[in-house]
Design a protein around this ligand. Structure first.
Ligand code: NAD
Length: 498
């Protein structure tokens, strides 16, 4: 038990077929606030049978969703966005309690969650399909968009409202019914989102959005392997993503996996921008971002100055109570991610890196999940921090001398999600943008810069996933095209056959 731990009797529910429901086993897991160690209440520990019930409920209602027009589903998505906005502050507070991020970041995430529903509503209305020229004068060939059917959605704990909304919103907008499995360490805020929808005046058919809480290898696995799901959307680690890909068989899968984003600071970079944006990419959400600035490659001519400024930035960051408006970093969400940080820093120290600031868990906080903003210098490519995603508040600085060397270090690892390059030379910007093997390259901004309607996803050949999420790309991934060819008879000379 940690300092400040309190007990609470609140029991949360899953949502199956529109009904709040406990697990058929009656088992629960205690949810804990990572910032305080306080119990938030009991979350149902779902079973395979619970997942099957949710899949059956989704299957039953899916034809009703599919029969609605795109405009009717768009209206539904706007209503869901209204519900999120009406509960903005309450959802942000639950997000902070469940995940640990500063309240200011939680508020932004709730806004993004609502925006996902608004954008999906607008995107689906403009998801035009094509009339395709035919070789045969009697044929009229065109495509229409159909949903996949029942969409299984499995999500991580770092953005526990916005990432699910990336699937739920376009998924429902195109006529899928959804079975959603949230991460076990952020299931409370998932329940709160479904509760928000259930309590709002929303014309969502019962069973269109189902929530099954519990262990990923149990309820998540059931959603993947069950014949009742038609497609899978997964955001999480490469290891789980690969397991899901192998088990999903021929089901369409959209996989958004890990990153280890290189940031490349060239000798002509605007250092104010490079330091500010890199600090943002390393320390926002305490570094728990797939697009975090996980490896910082700096040209030797500016490395010393850049490093000094990063250290200053890290020292200025306030680690502490995520509900305090002055806090920049809250706790890490779970012990697993904190242990990974411990391991990466220990490995870097052992192999000769200097810990210039931070480098461990803070000992003056209510729980041991608070990791100090950390800057490492003298990082070399053999260190684990170069090869693996750290997912914590860390800026490992790696020096380079030539542009070719920077490209080689950037590309030699097996992850390729996002990156950024700082330079004032347009030709160099294009040189790097063309060569870095990541799905997104940001020039003169953080590796974490993205807009929710732009295509986001892993580079082919890496382990960062496949498919693209965002705007019309999500609509395309979460639906299928059907080609229809109609033979009109003798269209060239209709009067001859009359
Ligand atoms: P994780 O893979 O451990 O878990 C993700 C989800 O999968 C959880 O809900 C978990 O319960 C479930 N799960 C676990 N084992 C399962 C199984 N065998 N079958 C089905 N479901 C299973 O990942 P995490 O630790 O929650 O999240 C961190 C990872 O997510 C990082 O690698 C991060 O980069 C990645 N991520 C990627 C993006 C992106 O958009 N590419 C965004 C956010 C996070």
């Amino acid at each position: 038990m940690s300092k400040g731990e309190k007990s609470t009797t609140e029991t949360f529910t899953m949502y199956v077929g529109g009904e709040p429901t406990a697990s058929e086993s009656g088992e629960t897991t205690t949810a804990t606030n990572p910032a305080t160690g306080e119990s938030l209440g009991e979350v149902p520990k779902g079973t395979r049978e619970d997942a099957r019930r949710a899949i059956a409920a989704a299957r039953e209602v899916q034809p009703e969703l599919e029969a609605m027009t795109d405009f009717e589903r768009a209206e539904l998505c706007h209503e869901l966005a209204d519900a999120v906005e009406a509960n903005h502050e309450s959802l942000a507070e639950w997000l902070t309690k469940d995940q640990g991020k500063p309240l200011s970041e939680a508020r932004t995430e709730v806004e993004l969650c609502a925006k996902e529903f608004r954008n999906a509503a607008e995107d689906v209305k403009r998801a035009e399909t094509e009339v395709i020229p035919s070789e045969d004068p009697d044929k009229h060939i065109y495509t229409i968009r159909k949903p996949h059917g029942v969409l299984g959605v499995i999500t991580p704990w770092n953005y526990p409202l916005n990432i699910p909304a990336e699937y739920l919103a376009p998924g429902v907008a195109v006529g899928n019914a959804v079975v959603w499995v949230p991460a076990p360490t952020t299931s409370v805020v998932a329940v709160k989102l479904l509760e928000t929808f259930a309590e709002a005046d929303v014309s969502l058919p019962d069973g269109a959005l189902n929530l099954v809480t519990g262990d990923g290898p149990v309820v998540g696995d059931e959603v993947v392997v069950n014949d009742g799901t038609d497609a899978i959307g997964f955001t999480g680690s490469p290891e789980t993503g690969e397991e899901i890909a192998s088990k999903a068989g021929t089901k369409p899968t959209l996989l958004e996996l890990g990153g280890n984003g290189p940031v490349i600071v060239l000798d002509d970079a605007d250092l104010d921008a490079a330091v500010g944006c890199t600090a943002f990419g390393c320390f926002s959400n305490a570094g728990q971002i797939c697009s975090a600035s996980e490896r910082v490659l700096v040209h030797e001519d500016v490395r010393e100055e850049f490093t000094e400024r990063m250290v200053e930035r890290a020292r200025e960051m306030q680690l502490g109570d995520p509900t305090d408006p002055g806090t920049d970093l809250g706790p890490l969400n779970n012990e697993g991610v904190a242990e990974k940080m411990d391991r990466h820093v220990a490995d870097a120290r052992d192999k000769g890196a200097d810990v210039l600031v931070g480098g461990g868990r803070a000992d003056d906080q209510p729980t041991d999940r608070y990791y100090e903003p950390t800057v490492l210098s003298g990082v070399t490519t053999d260190m684990t921090v170069n090869w693996e995603e750290s997912f914590g508040p860390i800026a490992p600085i790696i020096g380079f001398e030539s542009y070719e060397e920077a490209v080689e270090i950037a590309n030699e690892i097996d992850l390729g999600l996002t990156s950024s390059v700082f330079t004032s030379n347009l030709e160099l910007a294009e040189y790097f943008a063309d060569r870095i093997e990541t799905g997104i390259v940001n020039v003169n901004d953080s590796s974490a810069y993205w807009e929710i309607h732009t295509p986001f996803g892993g580079y082919t050949g890496k382990r960062s996933g496949h498919g693209r999420i965002g705007g019309k790309y999500s609509i395309a991934e979460l639906s299928q095209l059907k080609t229809i060819a109609i033979d009109h008879g003798n269209a060239r000379s209709p009067l001859d056959t009359a």
